[in-house]
Design a protein around this ligand. Structure first.
Ligand code: G3P
Ligand code: CA
Length: 254
């Protein structure tokens, strides 16, 4: 008998704005998040880095080279120095610039009107961003309203979050070509994040049977739309999308 996809765990799969609407404005900026929010997404995805003086900022890469007019590691800059830089990107014929936001500025902008899907990581091998992160989320009263999901490739980081705030849903991420179904199935985490090309019907079905959601991220720009269509057939539960409008259309969401 042919294997059929299991139903999704959620009623309506989640559209997660990967670094904001990064197809229309500089990734991980307030404007990119505002565009995503206007589009009506289920969550804003935010990668965290920590400055030399301990501020949490929205930035994906370890270095500031690709996305800003500076060079070097984000962690070597103080917050004041980070604020003197600008993100810089070309869309069509226009170069757009905007400062790097702190997590606090993002939370101050959207307060409790959005769901935040925050990615933590170790800083120089240390678990130092988790405590200030939870403090900030409590300050903005987001946890009692279920407005936060935390994701990480680092199990250590997720364990620490779990100790500090057990109510937060956690997503264990697996890097491209590193997906391990056995580990995902036996992990404590309710959501598993997998790179699109690693997603198979067997994995999705087995994770669904364990009651786990499967959220998919995409690393290959050329095949992203095709991969979104492919994983749609497998009833995955969330899309970290770089193309919000396409994903909403695919999922027939208003
Ligand atoms: O957080 C899901 C996805 O963002 C993981 O990959 O490298 O884009 O953070 P990355
Ligand atoms: Ca991320």
């Amino acid at each position: 008998r042919e294997v059929e996809p299991e139903p999704a765990i959620v009623d309506s799969p989640k559209v997660i704005a990967h670094r904001g609407a990064n197809d229309r404005f500089n990734e991980s900026t307030i404007t990119a998040y505002k565009i995503a929010a206007e589009d009506g997404v289920d969550a804003l995805e935010i990668d965290l880095r920590m400055t030399a003086d301990g501020a949490l900022i929205a930035m994906h890469d370890e270095t500031i080279d690709r996305t800003t007019n500076g060079t070097g590691n984000a962690t070597d800059y103080s917050l004041q120095e980070i604020k003197e830089l600008e993100t810089s990107e070309v869309f069509g014929e226009q170069r757009t610039m905007e400062e790097i936001p702190t997590l606090r500025e993002i939370l101050e902008t959207f307060r409790d009107t959005e769901h935040y899907y925050i990615e933590t990581r170790l800083v120089h091998g240390e678990l130092v961003m988790e405590e200030p992160l939870i403090e900030l989320l409590l300050e903005y009263d987001l946890l009692s309203q279920d407005l936060v999901t935390i994701q990480s490739f680092s199990e250590e980081s997720l364990e620490k979050i779990q100790t500090l705030a057990p109510e937060i849903p956690l997503t264990l991420l697996f890097g491209k070509e590193k997906f391990n179904l056995k580990k995902a199935k036996t992990s404590d985490y309710p959501i598993i994040g997998i790179e699109a090309t690693d997603v198979t019907m067997k994995s999705v079905n087995e994770l669904h049977r364990q009651g786990k959601e499967v959220h998919v991220f995409f690393t290959d720009e050329v095949t992203t739309r095709k991969e979104q269509e492919r994983v749609y057939e497998l009833n995955v539960d969330g899309y970290f999308t770089d193309d919000i409008r396409f994903t909403k259309e695919l999922l027939k969401k208003d």
